[in-house]
Each structure stands twice: as structure tokens, then as C-alpha cells.
Design a protein around this ligand. Structure first.
Ligand SMILES: [Zn+2]
Length: 469
């Protein structure tokens, strides 16, 4: 049996690992898109480190684009096996992949217009189209958590809740070898945190012989507790009540937006939220919120209890969801205090850039950053409290306040990761591979895991292959 690392190797995006069984049967774990540096983007995403038509099965950990983003291309390039994931991941994937395809179509049109204006005749094609995204959906099959399912001859899968986003799971494969023995291969996917809003806490994986583990926050610890309502309320009161300004929140449409809305919902139902309008300005967030309400099996005890005396944890009187561009533009004209939540979370694209552009030069306003922002994005620039920023080619003076809430991070820090893996039998785990992390942080995670009694810990390079025996 062999394992090849085809993505998220010494970096955090493009999750993709290829398991080849003794009999030649091939299982891909995740099929993610690389979202890092722009100059490496096309190269990684257009090329495979395997032949797509030779892949027999795809198992998916969760619906973030860096874990599913190349599935329409995989199918377009010849894959025709089953795609196995949890029910909620399947439903989120449907809207995420369509949104991703629409963005790529838009980017290609924009690039071709730019090329044409420079006299370049070469045509740039999108990685895949909305038709390709629709076409791949019948390949998906949804499964439940916490049960073993036979998904191919001699291959069983077990999804345990990863507590990262709705539907997220760790993947454990039980493989019956040709000599009748069983080998367990585990893949953490992205591991979440305990006590986060809405979704359940991470559930430890079954005991495994080989483990692929994420390592995003090696050497790091999150200081803030998840879902601190008081911090959010303070920022809203200071900006909207005292300064009569606007709070602008860049947030991912899936996950972070629902968490913020649920926090505001709780403040509203307890009578603490000031009477100001709240806008969620993202069509994808509207669709994602519908999918959240369809999957109460993924909810934690707190929101389940909350639901028993509130109709909707993602809706209250002063909250408006906006879908159309006209509605979005109309928000610019409003001068009254309000909260605007919009995507993308790193403010590198989407409607949020317009809201930041229109509001950053007014000292009454606050830009509230609630998530991780990759280097080179507007979000990461704002996290440095700059004096000026450049948006749409214009240099703007940053007069608005910039506030950061880091407690909503969706990834376990180092201590939480060690807690998550603590049930594993150190003498059973023969090899442990670290993926989904910057190399420096992976080295720190490697040291911490060694200290916790694990051995044979590898940090594979892209394209490297290991024998699992
Ligand atoms: Zn993720």
C-alpha cells in the first residue's frame, strides 16, 4: 500500500492525498484547490500528480474550497467513481462549487478583456465552468457520522465530526488486506476547536495505523475563547451607539457568517443588541444559511436548546439578507448606524471590498476582522493597522477603527491538536504525516507530537510517496 502527497504539502491549501491499495485500487482523499500565491495558482490547479481517470474513489473531509475546489475538473478530466462524504458536506459542496465556477468564469472574462486591450489574442479558459460544477454533483453520496460503511470491496469508511465547519469530518479507512489483516488509515481533514458556536466539538478518531494530520497552527495558541459575545457587543456599542458609525465585517459566507449572525441573534434575543439594522450582503451566505437549517444533526447542544425556544437562530427582526447587486449598492447610500457582514473573509474579492472602500475613510466606522487572512490579501494588510490602503487602484487613508476578534478561528491550535490526537495508541501508529501547514509551523507541530510520544513523524514534500507496510 502506498500514499502520495498531491497537495497541501508544506502549505495550507490544495488538500489532496492519494492512497493506492495492494491490489491497485486508488482512493483520493480530498481534491482541493490551491488558494495561495497567485503566480503558483494556475500551475498547481491545472496539473494533476496522477491520472484522474485511474482514480477509483474520492473521499472528502469537508466542503471548504481548498479541500473540494478541483472536483469539477477531476470529473471533467475523466474521473467517474463515487465521491463519498457526509450529507452536509454534499449539500454545501453543491453551492460552494457553483460559486467557485461562477467566480472562475468571471475571472476568465476579465482576464480576456484585459488581454484583448493589450493586443494579446491568447484566450484564458476557466478551470471549470458552472456546467462542469453541476455535472459533478451526481457523483456524490452522503453518509452519516459515527458508523462504518462499506464503500468499495475491502474498504470501509468512518466519519467522525471534526468540529471545523458544518459537515466537516475526519476520515478513517478500514482496509482489509489480501492476507485478511486490517489496516486503519486516518486523515484528520481540518480539525476544529472545542466550544465553538453552532457545530459540535471535535470527536476523536478511531485508533489508526497510519495517520495524516493537519498542522495549521503548529507552535501557536489561540488566546481568545470562541464565541465571546461581550467583545462583539462592546465593538457594536462603541461604533454604532456612541459614534453613530457602521461596523463592517468581512466573513466567509459559509461558517463564519452564520457564527456571527448566531452571536448577534443571541444578543438580540437577550435584549442586549442595540436597535440597529444588520445586513448580510452575500448571496452565497443566504444559500449556505438555508443548508445550515437543514442539518440540525450537526448542531451542538447549546444551539439545539436555543432552537427549542427560538424559531430561527439565523434570523431576527433587524436582520436583512441581501442577494442582488442593486440591494448591495443601496447599502452604500445609507448613512445610519448599521452592521454589514459580507464576503470574502480575507477581503481579497467580493462585495466586502466595496463596503471597505466606501467606509474606511470615516473615523466613526469600524472594520472588524474575524478570521485568518493569507499573506498578500487586503484582510492581512488591515490586520497590520496600516495608515493607508489601496483598493480599486485608489490610495485610501485608514480613519476607521480596525478591530480583531481571533477567537472564532476554525482550526485547533497546537494544544487542541494534541488533545484531539491523544487517544491514539503511540505503538500502533506506524507513521504520522503532517500536511496542511506552513513548513515552519509543521516543524513545531512535529516537535510537539514527538514530545507527546509519537514517532516516525514526516513532513512530506509535494509529490513524495511513502510505503505503508
Ligand atoms: Zn477547512
Amino acid at each position: 500500500m502506498k500514499l502520495k502527497f498531491c497537495g497541501a504539502a508544506r502549505t495550507v491549501t490544495g488538500s489532496c492525498h492519494l492512497l493506492t491499495l495492494d491490489n491497485g485500487f486508488t482512493i483520493l482523499l480530498d481534491c482541493g484547490m490551491y488558494q495561495g500565491r497567485e503566480d503558483e495558482f494556475g500551475e498547481f490547479n491545472s496539473n494533476w500528480l496522477f491520472e484522474p481517470d485511474k482514480i477509483d474513489l474520492l473521499v472528502v473531509s469537508h466542503a471548504h474550497i481548498d479541500h473540494i475546489g478541483r472536483i469539477p475538473k477531476l470529473v471533467k478530466d475523466g474521473f467517474d467513481g463515487n465521491i463519498v462524504c457526509t450529507h452536509a458536506t454534499r449539500d454545501l459542496a453543491a453551492i460552494m462549487l457553483l460559486d467557485s465556477a461562477a467566480n472562475q468564469e468571471k475571472d476568465a472574462i476579465w482576464a480576456n478583456e484585459k488581454n484583448a486591450s493589450r493586443g494579446i489574442t491568447e484566450i484564458e479558459e476557466p478551470l471549470y465552468t458552472t456546467d462542469d460544477a453541476r455535472f459533478c454533483m451526481p457523483f456524490f453520496s452522503g453518509y452519516n457520522y459515527d458508523r462504518w460503511y462499506l464503500i468499495a470491496p475491502g474498504v470501509e469508511v468512518y466519519f467522525a465530526d471534526a468540529g471545523h465547519i458544518l459537515g466537516s469530518a475526519s476520515v478513517t479507512l478500514k482496509i482489509t488486506r489480501q492476507d485478511g489483516t486490517e489496516t486503519y488509515v486516518g486523515f484528520t481533514g481540518d480539525t476544529g476547536r472545542w466550544n465553538r458556536p453552532i457545530i459540535k466539538d471535535p470527536v476523536q478518531m478511531p485508533l489508526v495505523d497510519f495517520l495524516i494530520s493537519e498542522s495549521t497552527y503548529g507552535g501557536e495558541s489561540h488566546d481568545e475563547l470562541p464565541g465571546d459575545l461581550n467583545h462583539l457587543l462592546e465593538i457594536v456599542n462603541e461604533t454604532c451607539v456612541r459614534n453613530k458609525g457602521k461596523v463592517i465585517i468581512p466573513a466567509f459566507s459559509v461558517g463564519r457568517t452564520q457564527e456571527i449572525v448566531y452571536m448577534l441573534d443571541k444578543l438580540e434575543s437577550s435584549g442586549k443588541l442595540p436597535r440597529i439594522p444588520v445586513y448580510v450582503d452575500s448571496p452565497l451566505a443566504v444559500n449556505a444559511t438555508d443548508i445550515f437549517t437543514m442539518h440540525p444533526e450537526c448542531f451542538d447542544a447549546e444551539i439545539t436548546d436555543y432552537l427549542s425556544h427560538n424559531d430561527n437562530p439565523f434570523g431576527f427582526n433587524s436582520l436583512t439578507y441581501t442577494r442582488t447587486v442593486e440591494e448591495s449598492k443601496a447599502l452604500n447610500a445609507k448613512n445610519n448606524p448599521c452592521i454589514i457582514i459580507s464576503a470574502s473573509g480575507m477581503a481579497n474579492a467580493g462585495r466586502i471590498r466595496h463596503h471597505i472602500f466606501n467606509n474606511i475613510e470615516d473615523a466613526d466606522n469600524t472594520i472588524l476582522i474575524v478570521g485568518y487572512c493569507s499573506e498578500g490579501t487586503l484582510g492581512s494588510r488591515l490586520r497590520e493597522f496600516p495608515d493607508t490602503v489601496r483598493i480599486f487602484g485608489k490610495e485610501l487613508v485608514v480613519r476607521a477603527g480596525i478591530k480583531i476578534i481571533d477567537g472564532l478561528s476554525g482550526h485547533a491550535d497546537q494544544a487542541e491538536m494534541l488533545k484531539f490526537l491523544d487517544n491514539q495508541d503511540r505503538s500502533k501508529v506506524k507513521k504520522l504525516f503532517l500536511v496542511h501547514g506552513e513548513y515552519e509551523r509543521q516543524q513545531k507541530m512535529q516537535g510537539a507530537l514527538k514530545g507527546a510520544g509519537f514517532s516516525n513523524i514526516f513532513i512530506p514534500e509535494l509529490g513524495s510517496e511513502f510505503v505503508l507496510d
